[in-house]
Write a protein that binds this ligand. Structure first.
Ligand SMILES: Cc1ncc(COP(=O)(O)O)c(C=O)c1O
Length: 507
């Protein structure tokens, strides 16, 4: 780092007690080095420049630098200036000037989850759900599209874009959703967001007032629960093998004020993998229309299912304009792209556009331009076909591996769609024991280089079974088989029954 802009505050020597200027400069640079603000190899400003900016004589600064040199804090390199000494072995005793505020528990939990997103180097096989295969992403093509956008779209790149997104992208998404998901919307109802997570955040800000109730799946997507539950009172609706229990929701709200919204993942319930049948979809839409409730449909991974097994979106079935549809490019392209979208009932669009503008103006234009070409020129469809084939092969490898290695130890559910499967330890246990068992299995798997993700955080209460999510879309088939073998051994150890069917011993 070139510490050209290092801030040095001088105490003017109107009072006798203020130290001489060369001493003040020395002390502040020394403290910056000891405190870690300046690090080994950082370049100090030239003494002439620093003197000018501090309005001191050059000799004064030169004297301070000589003292730093003599003290071993800095070294001079002939012809190129002064640098913080490279091999300083500093005792880190100086308190940082800005101490972080004490963290709240939920902020800590959020950070723990964020940390879990980047797995530790010892993890060789990471079953994190929701991650697509970066190796399968057509990077050269993307580079070409970015380059082309940079050369050709000067006007769009010179100014802020629309808060709702680049119009041709909104059109391309509306068209894609009409064809593949039965979504019925004009481009103007599509709002591009930074991933579906921002879509949830905007919904929480705009659709929920303090004290409102938000109906949520139980178990459900923890990140939705944290955002939508922030200002509202959650109403947890049970999930069974067909997804959200809509009859239970009707019973729970009968004769009471209706919730303001209901959030669900109907096409591939997160985490169970259930698909909400048509009868329940229609019942939910009828209830929402009667009770004036917004339905937030998170359609996060339905692009990856096999054609023929596609269920139409709830947005496409809705006649009362109650559905807010959320989609994302995270699952089929790559998550750090941070492009997702909302499809809104027309009367809500203006409010969302204003909120998006105030939140962060717009989603990055360059990415939107490349993505537009990706969609318009048929690359997206081609990529989807390739991904569906790839993921179907991995899904089958996962199914077979679970059957051969985890059978008798864990049961799988929701394995026929999407990019993750849920596995549950066969024996139930008292709730504390199940949570403890989850942690022990996570640790035992991690010690074998395998990361698995407990379902505990998806529940409003503590579950009775140790249950895990295994995402497989980013792993090749050999790694999937190897990972499941190691999980079987880890689970066998933690369950205290030897090594299960997978055989004993660590590789
Ligand atoms: C239910 C659900 N929604 C959305 C997402 C994607 O979030 P984003 O679009 O913010 O990357 C995921 C990813 O795991 C998910 O599981």
């Amino acid at each position: 780092v070139w510490a050209e802009n290092l801030i040095i505050g001088l105490e003017r020597r109107t009072r006798r007690s203020a130290p001489p200027y060369h001493r003040q400069v020395f002390t502040q640079i020394r403290d910056a080095i000891l405190g870690g603000t300046l690090r080994a190899g950082d370049r100090l400003p030239a003494s002439r420049e620093l003197a000018r900016s501090l309005r001191l004589a050059r000799n004064t600064v030169a004297r301070a630098y000589e003292d730093l040199l003599a003290g071993g804090y800095i070294e001079g390199r002939v012809g190129s200036g002064s640098y913080v000494m490279a091999d300083l072995d500093l005792p880190r005793t100086t308190e940082p000037r800005l101490k972080p505020a004490p963290a709240s528990r939920s902020a800590e939990a959020g950070r723990a989850r964020a940390a879990a997103h980047g797995s530790s180097p010892a993890i060789r096989i990471d079953f994190r759900p929701g991650i697509s295969d970066w190796e399968a992403f057509p990077r050269r093509l993307w580079l070409r599209l970015i380059g082309r956008a940079l050369r050709a779209n000067a006007a769009e790149l010179r100014r802020y874009g629309e808060p709702g997104g680049y119009h041709p992208l909104r059109e391309a998404i509306a068209r894609h959703l009409a064809i593949s998901r039965g979504v019925s919307a004009l481009a103007g109802q599509v709002v591009i967001c930074n991933g579906s997570q921002q879509a949830l955040d905007l919904i929480a800000r705009l659709c929920l007032r303090p004290g409102d109730r938000a109906a949520l799946e139980d178990p459900g997507y923890p990140e939705a629960r944290q955002v939508l539950g922030r200002g509202s009172r959650p109403l947890f609706v049970p999930v069974d093998e067909d997804g959200m229990d809509v009859a239970a929701l009707e019973r729970m709200t009968h004769g009471r004020p209706a919730p303001r919204l209901v959030y669900l993942t109907p096409s591939h319930q997160f985490p169970t993998g259930a698909v909400l049948p048509l009868s329940r979809r229609l019942a939910l839409l009828g209830w929402a229309a009667r009770r004036d409730v917004l339905v937030v449909e998170d359609d996060y991974d339905s692009e990856l299912r096999t054609p023929g097994r596609i269920v139409e979106s709830m947005q496409g079935l809705d006649r009362a304009r109650k559905v807010i549809y959320i989609g994302t490019f995270s699952t089929v392209l790559f998550p750090p792209l941070r492009v997702g979208y909302l499809v809104l009932p027309p009367e809500w669009t203006e409010r969302f556009l204003q909120a998006k503008w105030l939140a962060d103006r717009q989603t990055a234009t360059l990415d939107q331009l490349a993505l537009t070409a990706f969609l318009q020129e048929g690359h997206f469809e081609r990529h989807l076909r390739a991904m569906r084939r790839l993921v179907a092969g991995r899904r089958e490898a996962m199914r077979a591996a679970i059957e051969s290695d985890l059978g008798g130890i864990m049961e799988a559910s929701g394995s026929s769609l999407g990019m993750h499967v849920m596995v549950r330890a066969g024996r139930s246990a008292p709730a504390e024991r199940a949570a403890d068992l989850e942690q022990r299995i996570v640790a035992a798997a991690a010690s074998r280089g395998v990361a698995v993700y407990p379902v505990g955080p998806c529940w409003s209460r503590r579950p009775r079974y140790a249950t895990f999510l295994l995402g497989y879309a980013a792993l090749d088939e050999d790694l999937i088989r190897e990972g499941v073998k190691q999980l079987a051994r880890a689970a066998g150890e933690a369950l205290g029954r030897g090594a299960g069917r997978a055989g004993a011993g660590r590789r």
